[in-house]
Design a protein around this ligand. Structure first.
Ligand SMILES: [Zn+2]
Length: 460
């Protein structure tokens, strides 16, 4: 048994049902779970460990629902800098095909370090190619050193160029192998219990890189074990044209035809969805990972976030893979989600003066990054600071240049101003970031290692 007392936060953002924001707030934590959330003077006076957050804002840890950690090795590749999705992929597939298990381990630690320092406490990842003996085990083992919760998605590609798919045949795998490995990973790692550090997700890559049969078999297997399903969907107009031409359906209807709708399914992007398709998501309980940076970077379009939320669709945030962002900064992503939704409202004719209620607020953006993420991943134990939930929280020093003049509303300051990162990050009551420094990894030597690996892939 170990206890942690967190006290004197200038403001504690609970994200509970009443959206309480508690001045001079704190938490009392036992064995990784929150026992009490209250003003400091109502909490026990001491504990095994005490964290004084005087001058800090305390928030639930942020949840990232779409990423490809391995792509931190291929950021800013010159030939992929100014490409749309399909050309970007075709440029990068041959480089990714050279990755080794060590590359997977290095890039996992890099991405999770960035995420941790920018306030993320739970991340999903989507690894969908396994060259040169790589496995999802490489990622899961490397992630443990950083200390974030991981929803590791066993991705896959089975539809190579010779069968009408986008990826070269050299990076696709046989469907029998994919399904056998998926089952092995679920049995080995998936923890369905509250407080789980690792969950497995089945995640065929996209409509243009797997067959309908693999989609169906993956859904069947996932439901047999009660794990979630994830894929890219309705990201670009090229994908929509591909689906119409190859399957005779728009992307969402194609998902319905292969049993890929339900509470256990979430889609990355969903930029090109119409009202009817948003209705399907809402009715069936499908979630969406909104990835604003990536959608802007690849000129994919603007996802209709306000419409998704109004329809009651579970909506969350993803930084997306680091070759299309090219960073893993969760607070920055929440800020961009807010700004992009406002730009979209402006393009659609809303104005601040006439339809103030239509403007995406800071607190809505923080909700996407916390409660929204938990709902999309199917987790009831994270996403807010409440008794009984996991002690996953972040704290930011408000006495920084970044927030000077903005402390009339410290919560708004976090996204309206440009946040650099967090001062503290705790997952399950354990410290991951302390005084803006990562605890589990020596970053200086790790960055050298990462850059060597990236150079080898690019030049080799
Ligand atoms: Zn992606």
């Amino acid at each position: 048994m170990s206890t942690l007392l967190v006290k004197h936060a200038q403001i504690l953002v609970t994200m509970d049902d009443h959206r309480r924001e508690i001045p001079d707030g704190g938490l009392f934590i036992r064995d990784g779970f929150i026992e009490q959330v209250a003003p400091t003077n109502q909490l026990p006076g001491t504990a095994d460990e005490v964290l004084d957050l005087n001058g800090h804002i305390l928030l639930p840890g942020l949840i990232n629902t779409h990423h490809h950690f391995y792509q931190t090795l291929t950021r800013a590749i010159p030939a992929a800098q100014n490409a749309n999705l399909f050309n970007w992929l075709k440029t990068l597939y041959p480089i990714w095909a050279k990755m080794t298990p060590e590359d997977i381990r290095i890039s996992t630690q890099t991405a999770l370090s960035e995420l941790a320092l920018s306030g993320c406490t739970t991340s999903s990842d989507h690894l969908y190619l396994f060259p040169n003996g790589s496995t999802l085990d490489d990622e899961i083992e490397a992630a443990a050193s950083i200390g974030l919760r991981l929803h590791a998605s066993r991705g896959s590609m089975s539809l190579g160029e010779s069968k009408g798919g986008l990826p070269p045949d050299s990076v696709v795998d046989s469907e029998d192998e994919i399904l056998a490995d998926s089952e092995r990973l679920i049995r080995k790692y998936h923890d369905p219990n509250p407080g789980a550090m690792v969950q497995i997700v089945l995640a065929p890559c996209s409509p243009f890189s797997v067959t309908g049969e693999l989609m169906k078999q993956s859904a069947k297997l996932a439901r047999q074990y009660g794990v979630h399903l994830h894929t890219h969907l309705a990201e670009t107009q090229d994908e929509e044209a591909f689906c119409l031409q190859k399957f005779g359906y728009r992307p969402v209807a194609y998902m319905q035809s292969v049993d890929w709708v339900g509470e256990d399914v979430w889609f990355a992007h969903s930029v090109h969805v119409n009202e009817e398709e948003i209705g399907v998501y809402a009715r069936e309980g499908c979630g969406v990972a909104h990835c604003p940076s990536s959608n802007m970077r690849l000129a994919s379009g603007i996802a209709p976030v306000m419409k998704l939320l109004k329809a009651g669709v579970k909506t969350s945030l993803g930084v997306d893979g680091s070759a299309s962002n090219d960073g893993s900064h969760m607070i920055a992503e929440a800020r961009l989600a807010m700004l992009l939704a406002r730009l979209n409202a402006g393009l659609e004719g809303a104005s601040l003066s006439s339809t103030g209620g239509e403007i995406f607020s800071v607190r809505q953006a923080l909700e996407l990054a916390t409660l929204g993420g938990a709902a999309v991943l199917g987790r009831k134990d994270i996403g807010s600071l409440e008794a009984g939930k996991c002690a996953d929280f972040i704290a930011i020093n408000l006495n920084r240049l970044d927030y000077a003049g903005a402390l009339h509303d410290p919560v708004a300051a976090i996204l309206l101003c440009q946040s650099r990162g967090v001062d503290f990050n705790y997952v399950h009551g354990k410290v991951v970031v302390k005084d803006s420094m990562l605890v589990g990894l020596d970053l200086e030597s790790h960055i050298r290692l990462h850059n060597r690996a990236a150079a080898r892939l690019f030049e080799g």
